[in-house]
Design a protein around this ligand. Structure first.
Ligand code: ASP
Length: 362
């Protein structure tokens, strides 16, 4: 009798475990989103000779970059927000990335996001060209799942390194349902920026990423996102650009205008095969007469000319003089982002009116 009672009690305990305890723990494991971290290099993966080497680090200082697994292992907190997988796509400073690298990265992201096994992507990157990669991906990623770019201003070995918290915040953001359909984002220094609005404004400060015209999309507090706005310009799955069959992009060069500059660099760009020129003019895209003449010559040869500004913020809208010359106005794109949009626009059309429409919609 005693034996039967013990058996019954054991059976009851097992039943309670399977009905109450087990489903909760299984549920906890299965409801965590799956986030893939794609590593491309940059200061976030860099080491310096000592903790005060804050501008001399990475491969330029003879120090090997960290690999993705070491970066993941250094921030175990990220496992709290998501099931993590890591991939080393490249491992270079972002000034060394190429158009071909961009296409590889975009295709891999589209492949991962097409799978129901992946809920969000984090890309670790250098800060120098972060805004460019973010904006490129914002135009060619074909998914509304979160894609977050993250970086650091201080190397992993630096005193008060900003990489670990930035990475934790980026993973938390990519894992968050609120981050869906916000376009590609940059998560740095507790701020969430849209790829459209963000730009690097300082050479070394951790508060380098600003959105001078749009303001931030939101903020991270205790690794939780607080959104305050939404991007209204077309992005990701809403765009007309498709890189799936591309192996290169049309050449587009940027000319930086100064007092007294001429059009020699523009002429050289055209000779080198540029299909588009972004002129980073002064103020509201103004330029010396010689620069204007070179741009007109380029335009007559079929090169698409976009007038932008070197000021760092504000709109460049159409003016009578530039419109009559057949130039396109950059709108709110800084010269480096105007270059990306023009490269992609040129994969669809060479018509300035159509390209002007693209610059107004994106
Ligand atoms: N040199 C670095 C880069 O890869 C700078 C950084 O990441 O902060 O862009």
């Amino acid at each position: 009798m005693k034996k039967i009672m013990i058996m019954l009690t054991l059976n009851m305990m097992f039943l309670l475990f399977t009905v109450i305890v087990l489903p909760q723990s299984v549920q906890a494991a299965s409801t965590k989103p799956n986030v893939a971290i794609l590593a491309t290099g940059g200061t976030i993966a860099s080491r310096g000779a000592n903790s005060l080497s804050l501008t001399d680090y990475g491969t330029a200082a003879g120090m090997k970059h960290l690999e993705i697994q070491a970066m993941i292992d250094a921030v175990p907190e990220i496992e709290k927000f998501a099931n993590i997988t890591g991939e080393q796509v490249f491992n270079v400073g972002s000034s060394k990335l190429s158009i071909s690298n961009w296409l590889t990265l975009a295709k891999r992201i589209n492949e991962l996001l097409a799978s129901s096994d992946i809920d969000g992507i984090v890309v670790t990157h250098g800060t120098d060209t972060l805004e460019e990669t973010a904006y490129f991906l914002n135009l060619v990623v074909k998914s509304d799942k979160p894609v977050v770019l993250v970086a650091s201003m201080r190397p992993a070995t630096g005193l008060s390194a900003d990489g670990p918290l930035n990475l934790a915040n980026a993973v938390a953001l990519a894992a968050s349902p609120e981050a869906k359909d916000k376009g590609v984002m940059v998560c740095m220094n507790d701020q969430i920026s849209s790829a459209f609005g963000v730009t690097k404004t300082n050479t070394t400060n951790v508060a380098t990423f600003k959105c001078p015209d749009t303001g931030y999309l939101g903020y991270m507090q205790n690794s939780k996102p607080f959104f305050v706005s939404v991007p209204l310009k077309k992005h990701t799955s809403q765009t007309e650009f498709d890189v799936s069959n591309l192996t290169t992009l049309p050449r587009v060069d940027v000319n930086y205008t100064t007092l007294g500059s001429d059009g020699i660099l523009i002429d050289a760009a055209v000779s080198a095969g540029a299909q588009g020129i972004i002129n980073a003019g002064v103020g509201h895209a103004n330029m010396p007469a010689a620069t204007m003449q070179s741009l007109k010559n380029a335009q007559k040869k079929g090169v698409v000319v976009v007038t932008a500004s070197r000021t760092g913020s504000g709109l460049v809208t159409e003016t009578k003089q530039f419109k009559e010359a057949g130039f396109v106005a950059a709108m709110m794109h800084n010269p480096q982002k105007a270059r990306i949009l023009l490269m992609l626009a040129l994969t669809k059309t060479k018509d300035p009116a159509e390209i002007q429409r693209i610059f107004e919609e994106y």
